[in-house]
Design a protein around this ligand. Sequence first.
Ligand SMILES: *Cc1c(COP(=O)(O)O)cnc(C)c1O
Length: 453
Amino acid sequence: MANEPTKVLLEESQIPRNWYNILPDLPKPPPPPLHPATLQPIGPDDLLPLFPADLIAQEVTRDRHVPIPEDVLDVYRLWRPTPLIRARRLEKSLSTPARIYYKYEGGSPSGSHKPNTAVPQAYYNARQGVRRLTTETGAGQWGSALAFACAQYGLACEIWMVRASYDQKPYRRSLMRAYGGTVHPSPSAVTTTGSRILAEDPGCPGSLGIAISEAVEVAGGHDDTRYALGSVLNHVLMHQTVIGEEALEQLAMLGETPDLIIGCAGGGSNFAGLVFPFLREKLAGRMAPVLRAVEPAACPSLTRGVYAYDYGDSAGFTPLLKMHTLGHTFVPDPIHAGGLRYHGMAPLLSHIYELGMVEAVAKNQSECFKAGLRFARTEGIVPAPEPTHALAETIAEALRCAETGEPKVIVTAVCGHGHFDLPAYEGHLAGHLEDVPLPQERIDTALAQLPAA
Ligand SMILES: *Cc1c(COP(=O)(O)O)cnc(C)c1O
């Protein structure tokens, strides 16, 4: 035991040279996005007002490997490869025979996995001559990642931040501004969509769906502006596969084969990024890990949503996406895991879930914060509220192993640190965080407004 390594580091030269696209390895392709007016599959041209051509090409490519441009690798080198760490002290505190590994993405400039896609998105936009990117942000992780990435390539960055988080996380706002970004609370009075929502409900806490509508509205109205999405789309999930590719390599160096891989899922990007390379290995018969997504009980798109065509945003500007959804008008309670408050799940991950290749469970935030504290007190890292969902399930599984004596190898991702989320931890420590049940009728009301497709 004393000789076994605690953390596995790779050399800079071992940063993956390609992103992995899982599409060609699936038994059947996911249903296409539809044009909301014609209900016909959208073509690449329909997306040109919002995204640069290179990213649209990546959205639909059937190439298994997509080369990472040198200019992107150069920025990745600031924090990649990221470490894979054996959570030995957590294991000990649980008296579990399980071996727990976590891939730590909190060492990136903005403190989460989000720069893995923010950097290439800013790069491809800058290369096409775009001058400004607009986006939404929940907890502020995506907004700060994109503001950092825009600063690398000389782009302006304008961010709509979900009101609940704008108020809860003032230092995330400051970080976005430090990187040169402009931040609006959402709903905001600067867009038509935001003004309409504020007129109906001046105290609206906002949602990712509303913030997306605002950012899309502004990008669609300006020639030099495009929109960037931090999760959900195929190209975003693909950019995140650097996480899983590195983890595969690191586990191989240890001679370990995972039995169970657990990740938190909001839009699905860090989960897919960790899991898809392992799913490729599983489909090829080289390993057989169980793959499990953990979502918040307050926004359970996989476990309580339906698999249907729905809008990606609240106002209905986006194409219709076939995905697990709670309905685009669903506004989740303002839990602290702001990055998990999205009404839908990535269409690609939803499809893979429908194929029975991944499992899903939902957790209440009090269990998650407890897990976050246990992790902080054993491993030393205060995790962001989002990955505490994965840690809660990891701990539950490790405790099951303690009962059965099974020495499972569990791999999870701590996809961000929680240094900007300390007020949420304060609330938990003071006993102020309550688990609010989500009545079925709230889901039913939102699902009644699904578009007819
Ligand atoms: C954005 C974010 C999430 C949720 O997004 P996914 O696309 O599901 O990964 C989870 N954790 C952190 C730290 C985030 O910043």
